[in-house]
Design a protein around this ligand. Structure first.
Ligand SMILES: [Zn+2]
Ligand SMILES: [Zn+2]
Length: 256
């Protein structure tokens, strides 16, 4: 199984997970045309995608989902709560399949395990994807690391984790106080510190790749994330690859 970030951040998220025979987009947060062009950069045609698995209804995760689904006849997988909260925005999809947290489903030879995350959306999930015994976790948009999130992290050979903001940059930044409070809250977004703490406390032998994702352009700086990551991975005592996902273009292709 392979994974490539097509883009990640508050302006749009889409992650491509694929095997030899199947391909899934986790979130479709870019406009349809932009999705088409990023897939092309990654060597994929829209028709190669077998399913779109949505995490939650925030616009940076669903912007192009309905149109892309309808245009290419690709099913959208989403929770009942996400569907309702999207307020009709996803109803024009070609086909909708209901996702229930903790009930795995398959797309070709890829199995997706959805599980609940702590975020201020109606029924948000993250996905652990599995193929041929290898597992990739895609987990952004969470205010805190629940036991379930930890358990799934400890199964992942590749972990894409939210590293949204630096708490000090957020504090001194221009956001109004209620928004700052929302981001910091248990239903908000994971800070660089929270993300590093998860890595430090729960790193396991099978973890080979980490992708830091959903970085805030306003309240974070990739160099800060790199600094923390370099220190941690140097001390880990074995090679773990890492990437800091960008907003503007597709990232590296990773073997899971
Ligand atoms: Zn988001
Ligand atoms: Zn969100």
């Amino acid at each position: 199984m392979k994974l490539r970030v097509l883009g990640s951040g508050s302006k749009g998220n889409a992650i491509l997970v694929h095997s030899e025979t199947s391909a899934v987009l986790i979130d479709a947060g870019f406009a349809c045309r932009e999705l088409e062009s990023r897939l092309k950069m990654a060597g994929f045609a829209p028709g190669d995608i077998n399913a779109i698995a949505i995490t939650h209804e925030h616009t940076d995760h669903i912007r192009g989902a309905a149109l892309f689904s309808r245009r290419y006849g690709i099913p959208l997988y989403l929770t009942r709560g996400t569907r309702q909260a999207a307020n009709g925005q996803l109803e024009k999809a070609g086909r909708i399949e209901t996702v229930t947290p903790e009930e795995p489903f398959t797309v070709g030879d890829i199995t997706l395990h959805p599980f609940t995350v702590s975020h201020d959306a109606a029924e948000p999930v993250a996905y652990l994807s599995e193929c041929g015994g290898r597992r990739a976790l895609v987990m952004t948009d969470l205010g805190c690391v629940t036991v379930r999130a930890m358990e799934n992290f400890r199964l992942a050979h590749l972990a894409l984790l939210e590293s949204n903001h630096d708490p000090e940059l957020l504090d001194i930044g221009p956001y109004p106080w209620p928004l700052k409070r929302r981001i910091k809250g248990k239903l908000g977004h994971l800070s660089n510190d929270d993300c590093m703490k998860l890595l430090k406390d729960e790193v396991w032998d099978g973890l080979g790749t980490v992708i830091f994702a959903h970085l805030s352009q306003q309240n974070n700086n990739p160099n800060l994330v790199r600094l923390g990551a370099d220190t941690f991975f140097a001390a880990a005592g074995r090679p773990i690859k890492y990437e800091i996902a960008g907003q503007d273009r597709p990232g590296e292709l990773h073997d899971v």
